[in-house]
Write a protein that binds this ligand. Structure first.
Ligand code: NAP
Length: 264
């Protein structure tokens, strides 16, 4: 039977945060399309979720750094009218500083973390708008606002995700499309090994179990948050940060330079 919640398409669902989103969303009653490169892991997940909850789970194998594969996923997002939720989660990180990093790897990271996320969002939004609404969850990172912590290209790619999400929240708010940016801190997944800094090298008090992170992010979605930072103890801190940003806005563009830049 088709789900009344509709279908959620989750990228990077073969492991870590994406696999947990798929699991939690199936429990919430969504049918699923799970996307990643590793067919074996996706099929195991799809079987488990199908057995446990009876939801329809479809595997869509795609390398989201490959243009032709991205086009196939875009096509699905454009043509499947059951889709109500897109989770843009697939992403890779890096921890090396510029002097030790490989620029080809940096470009690949930008392709996946920025270009693909942007293209899939562009493919999904028109259908969501024409069907009266929907939800986009974009997985950014705390490095979006703290780029000094890891590799700068990774931080920049996640700052893009946050800025793009904020712009869409503004653009789409009257069209019933919700956009949530999630900024996880260090989360216990394979991400760290792949990024070149094994989790054991981080202080354990900053690492959140991935299930707790996803549950908090979904709680933030339920609360109607535009930006969710699962670890942040006091929501007022984020509200003050946002208020300071809004305070700057009317003064960022004027016909004359500020007095402090004018020769006396
Ligand atoms: P993960 O366990 O390594 O998962 C990454 C997922 O992305 C995997 O399912 C992987 O699947 C998929 N992926 C990677 N390259 C891909 C490609 N070219 N095409 C398709 N899928 C691809 O790491 P994770 O922590 O869950 O990461 C998920 C997201 O959370 C990322 O965007 C990451 O930047 C963000 N994040 C993570 C942390 C953290 O501390 N873990 C913190 C903040 C933000 P395949 O290998 O099967 O393709």
């Amino acid at each position: 039977m088709t789900s009344t919640m509709g279908t959620a398409l989750v990228t990077g669902a073969s492991s870590g945060i994406g696999a947990l989103y798929a699991e939690r969303l199936a429990k919430r009653g969504y049918d699923l399309i799970v996307v990643a490169r590793n067919r074996g892991r996706l099929e195991t997940l799809a079987r488990r979720l199908g057995d446990e909850g009876g939801r329809r789970v479809e595997v869509l194998v795609a390398d989201l750094a490959d243009k032709a594969d991205v086009h196939r996923v875009e096509e699905r997002l454009r043509s499947d009218a059951t889709i109500t939720l897109l989770v843009n989660n697939a992403g890779v990180g890096a921890t090396a500083p510029l002097l030790e990093a490989d620029v080809e790897q940096m470009e690949e990271m930008v392709t996946l973390n920025v270009n693909t996320l942007m293209r899939l969002t562009y493919a999904a939004v028109p259908g969501l708008v024409s069907r009266g609404g929907g939800t986009i969850i974009n997985i950014a990172s705390i490095v979006a606002i703290a780029p000094e912590l890891l590799n700068g290209v990774y931080g920049g790619s996640k700052a893009f995700v946050l800025a793009f999400s904020q712009s869409l929240q503004h653009e789409l708010k009257d069209k019933h499309v919700r956009v949530q940016a999630v900024l996880p801190g260090a989360t216990a997944t394979d991400f760290w090994d792949i990024a070149g800094l094994p989790l054991e090298h981080l202080p354990s008090q900053i690492i959140m179990p991935a299930g707790d992170m996803v549950d908090a992010a979904l709680a933030g979605l339920d609360l109607g948050e535009a930006v969710t930072i699962p670890a942040l103890p006091d929501a007022e801190d984020l509200a003050r940060y946002e208020a300071a940003r809004q305070h700057l806005m009317p003064n960022l563009s004027h016909s004359a330079a500020a007095a402090r830049y004018l020769a006396s």
